[in-house]
Design a protein around this ligand. Structure first.
Ligand code: NAP
Length: 266
């Protein structure tokens, strides 16, 4: 086995960050070098686990030499991680969603200098759902298509990055641009549904980890493709595998789909 991959987690005390820190500490393929928090975090300076010499820190300057950063922080946190990765030529796995166009463009640009793998959803099940939806949307091109998502009440962006990812897959299956067909809100006298629209609906509440359904609605029949996450460790495990695969690759834009295809030999 080769040398351990030196990794940092950004957003390390968040819901995803804590799961990632826990997984990486126990995975012998990795050396967890830094656990980066927001500057306001109450856990800053405390060990990442009882007995560990590694402490949560907000200071990228103390991160040490790295092969890859896994970011599940938020848009501002991602900016700091990206700056560090560009300055030190470190690979970047991005799980943060709700970035907006300017940050997405900056990430695209960064891929000319460092390897970047970004996914709004690191679960294997959603990767397969996305492929199935692309096929179904193409095969049932005249049917109405709606995407419904549900998440816990603390989620800050809507619709979810995964719902948008599924919307992109459906649009690609139909050979259209999502931005020209997406309907994100309906209120008041909306008039009849337009043929070819891709509608989005959002549910927020409680502790829902993440649920997505794509409804293909015809006359007298309906196809439903759905995924339910019950444990957020599925995203962390996918991000860890992505980090291991990405470390050491040349600069460029990489996808989870490409990783899965390479691993399955397809
Ligand atoms: N791609 C996927 O598969 C996937 C799956 C789940 C979640 N996500 C996305 O991942 C992101 C995090 O989700 P989450 O549920 O873990 O959220 P969370 O619990 O709010 O965690 C985010 C963490 O990042 C910290 N943070 C904020 N600003 C920072 C900065 N400048 N530098 C370093 N850390 C900073 C936050 O600290 P404070 O609380 O002190 O601000 C918080 O601890 C969200 O965008 C979410 O949509 C993606």
């Amino acid at each position: 086995m080769g040398e351990a991959v030196r990794v940092a987690v950004n957003g390390a005390t968040g819901r995803m960050g804590r799961v990632l820190v826990d997984l990486l500490r126990r995975d012998r393929r990795f050396e967890l070098v830094a656990a980066v928090t927001s500057p306001h975090d109450a856990d800053m300076g405390t060990p990442v686990a009882p007995g560990s010499t590694l402490c949560f820190s907000h200071d990228w300057a103390r991160a040490g030499a790295l092969d890859v950063v896994i970011d599940f922080s938020g848009p501002d946190g991602l900016d700091a991680a990206l700056n560090h990765c560009l300055a030190h030529k470190v690979a970047l796995v991005v799980g943060t969603t709700g970035l907006g166009e300017a940050r997405e463009a900056r990430l695209d640009q960064a891929a000319s200098d460092i390897p970047v793998l970004r996914s709004a959803n690191f679960s294997l099940g959603v990767a397969v759902l996305s492929r199935l939806l692309r096929q179904a949307a193409a095969a049932l091109a005249e049917w109405d298509l709606e995407i419904v998502e549900a998440h816990h009440g603390r989620k800050e962006d809507a619709p979810s990055g995964t719902a948008l990812l599924l919307g992109e897959a459906a649009a690609a299956g139909r050979g259209v641009v999502l931005g020209e067909r997406a309907v994100f809100a309906r209120e008041g006298r909306t008039g009849p549904r337009q043929a070819g629209d891709i509608g989005f609906a959002v549910v927020r509440g409680g502790d829902i980890v993440g649920e997505h359904a794509a409804l293909l609605i015809g006359q007298g029949e309906r196809v439903e493709l759905a995924h339910r996450a019950t444990d957020r460790s599925i995203f962390a495990r996918g991000a860890v595998e992505a980090a291991h695969w990405l470390a050491g690759k040349p600069a460029g834009h990489y996808t989870l789909d490409a990783m899965l295809a390479e691993r399955s030999g397809g």
